[in-house]
Design a protein around this ligand. Structure first.
Ligand SMILES: *Cc1c(COP(=O)(O)O)cnc(C)c1O
Length: 234
């Protein structure tokens, strides 16, 4: 079986499982194409993923700067302010907004609307980017002043699942529940600049729990492409 066939089969198997867990069309499947070449990414797109996610501006630029993919490209890694210029030209959505500084840097360079998501560090891990959950409502309330930013959702990278114990699954699911509650609460504010249609949560190791908790976007890398050999760069 070719690599492309394998990728296609994995995407279809995920779709099938997704169909059993959630209403048709209510959860979007994002293929995380970091470290994957164009051919692998295009095989996933061919098999029907809804979007792709890239972590690094430069890698995304090399891969997609000349010939864009037929689905939206999301930035899912931290964007440094000195890369903002390139990011704006490349990404359909920047899902890792976590400061006034990056928001201002984007807004100051834009001359059209741009979809963004606010990244939340729901596990309160020192090693991760994202706003503390408690800071999110206040940040969103003030986001009106960024004239070009449409805050389309909340995004989170959950703590890694350490083992398959019941306690561990409870811990991760509690974080997911907290995210879902925060998302619903902020959405109910009805801020026109922050419609918050999406909750992007869940990766290869925990996506089924995320869907059960209410995620509307799941971001899958290794589940679609196989284990990353160069994962040390993560
Ligand atoms: C790498 C990455 C993913 C996908 O991880 P897998 O475990 O391979 O599915 C999802 N989201 C972000 C932000 C990532 O960096």
């Amino acid at each position: 079986m070719s690599e492309a066939d394998l990728i296609g089969d994995r995407v279809r198997a995920i779709r099938e499982r997704l169909g059993a867990l959630a209403d048709a069309g209510s959860v979007k499947l994002m293929a995380v194409t970091k470290f994957q070449d164009r051919a692998a990414a295009l095989a996933a797109i061919q098999a029907g993923v809804d979007a792709i996610g890239e972590n690094r501006v430069q890698e995304a630029q090399e891969k997609w700067g000349h010939v864009r993919p037929p689905v939206p490209i999301h930035a899912i890694g931290h964007v440094q302010t000195n890369k903002v210029k390139y990011a704006i030209g490349l990404f359909d959505s920047i899902d890792t907004i976590d400061s006034v500084r990056i928001s201002e840097a984007l807004d100051g360079r834009l001359d059209r609307r741009l979809s963004v998501m606010v990244e939340v560090n729901v596990g309160r891990e020192a090693s991760k980017f994202g706003l503390d959950p408690g800071e999110v409502p206040c940040f969103l309330a003030q986001a009106e002043r960024f004239q070009w930013l449409d805050v389309r959702g909340l995004m989170t990278v959950l703590p890694r699942v350490r083992d398959d114990s019941v306690e561990e699954s409870r811990r991760i699911r509690q974080h997911m529940q907290e995210m879902a509650n925060l998302w619903r609460m902020c959405r109910s504010e009805g801020w026109p600049w922050a419609p918050l249609d999406d909750l992007s949560m869940g990766m290869s190791g925990d996506w089924e729990w995320a869907v059960e908790a209410g995620a509307t976007v799941i971001r899958l890398g290794s589940r679609i492409f196989g284990p990353r050999l160069n994962a040390v760069r993560d």
